[in-house]
Design a protein around this ligand. Structure first.
Ligand code: PGA
Length: 250
């Protein structure tokens, strides 16, 4: 439905000194991909990543940003700084940041609006815990996350946003949602977006699955009608694995 986007999320892995060569490896390995290929790297790797990806089919993203333009926010990085480096995408609302760094639905919304206003593409993460899934409230929980993330964003901007559905219990655990479990929630997210906006807008929004997506299970997940890509952690750290996933997105 939406444009296929496969994005790596390196998290706190790889060194700045490894980045240039690794991005070149990804460029080579993912040649001919029919999807948008993105590598989201730690802040300190971004300038090397952008340099290595320049003039290629690979785009670079950050793993976070601050929602203010500038000022006394020690240790933070603004949208303007990312744009100045040549970064195109930015992840927000990842469950790890929600757990360890006080990320909330409100800061996700502020970050999404800031990113859009500066021409960055937000990758907005949502997802339920195992406890919530077992209690049968997965879609209720995700509806709150999505409604709050998109608050005050008009349809024209909403179309640019990427939603990443990442069940927390599947992240880094090797425990992937089944194709049907992932599709069910991604379809639910699409229906919710159609309610918030309209069918045409909802169809244009890229909805990714994330959570232990790898070279083996990617094709099945990506064949589902409402899964338009993936946010890939562990498997994005090995170019050959990442390339199998980008190759499956068509
Ligand atoms: P994983 O991470 O692929 O290692 O499970 C996905 C993510 O957290 O974005």
């Amino acid at each position: 439905m939406g444009k296929y986007v496969i994005a790596g999320n390196w998290k706190m892995n790889k060194l700045p000194s490894e980045t240039y060569d690794y991005i070149k490896e990804v460029v080579e390995a993912t040649k001919g991909a029919e999807c948008e290929v993105v590598c989201c790297t730690p802040y300190v790797c971004l300038s090397e990543a952008v340099k290595a990806a320049e003039g290629t089919h690979v785009s670079i993203g950050a793993e976070n940003l601050h929602f203010e333009d500038k000022g006394a926010f020690t240790g933070e990085v603004s949208a303007d700084m990312l744009v100045d480096l040549g970064v195109k995408y930015v992840i927000m609302g990842h469950s790890e940041r929600r757990e360890y760094n006080n990320e909330t639905d409100e800061t996700v919304n502020l970050k999404a609006k800031k990113a859009l206003s500066k021409g960055l593409i937000p990758i907005v993460c949502c997802g339920e815990s195992l406890e919530q899934r077992e209690a049968g409230i997965t879609m209720d929980w995700i509806a709150i996350q999505i409604k709050k993330a998109f608050a005050g964003i008009d349809a024209a901007d909403a179309k640019k946003v990427i939603v990443a559905y990442e069940p927390i219990w599947a992240i880094g655990t090797g425990k992937t949602a089944t194709d049907d479990q992932a599709e069910e929630v991604c379809a639910g997210i699409r229906a919710l977006l159609a309610d918030l906006y309209d069918d045409a807008t909802a169809k244009e929004i890229t909805i990714q699955y994330g959570g232990s997506m790898n070279a083996k299970n990617a094709a099945g997940l990506l064949a589902k009608p409402n899964i338009d890509g993936g946010l890939i952690g562990g498997a994005s750290l090995v170019a050959a694995d990442f390339a199998v996933i980008t190759g499956a997105a068509k």
